[in-house]
Design a binder for this molecule. Sequence first.
Ligand code: PNS
Length: 163
Amino acid sequence: MTTNYSSVIYPGSFDPITKGHEDVIKRSLNLFDKVIVAVARNSTHAKDSLFSPYERVELIQELFDGQERVSAILFDGLLVDLAKELETLVIVRGLRAVSDFEYEFQMAQMNRYLLNQIETIFLAPDQQFSFLSSTLVREVAALGGDVSGFVSPLILTKISEKS
Ligand code: PNS
């Protein structure tokens, strides 16, 4: 397989994409030529979803409109199969705190078990985003709280259109 080490896959649920995710994308752009944001269609959080997977992809595309180095796609099935298909064998994930480590380490090891050539790298988002998660944004927004500090204005508008 010809491997593309100039691109990285950033997988996740992104429901919705937060400023923490955007920070990881920006940091990834310092290391890679291209960032492929891969939205998993079958997320573990599917039952409490705010945006459909397709809407999330559209939001990310709109957010990074004009930024040719960032693309967003929807994927089904295993992440390693997507990596093979894209010939991109590096995955990036944000690591906010020690509490993220166990889950992230399990996923990295499982992905390596499934595809030995895959490498997962972890980037620490800016400290101001260390407590931020899409789950909390969804919850606070659903209860009428202010999430303007946690998502970009475009996403904020789309959230308000949902409620
Ligand atoms: O943002 P999330 O919900 O923590 O992202 C989790 C995600 C989507 C990266 C993970 O569930 C995933 O890779 N799903 C695709 C299915 C898969 O490959 N599962 C095995 C990897 S451990």
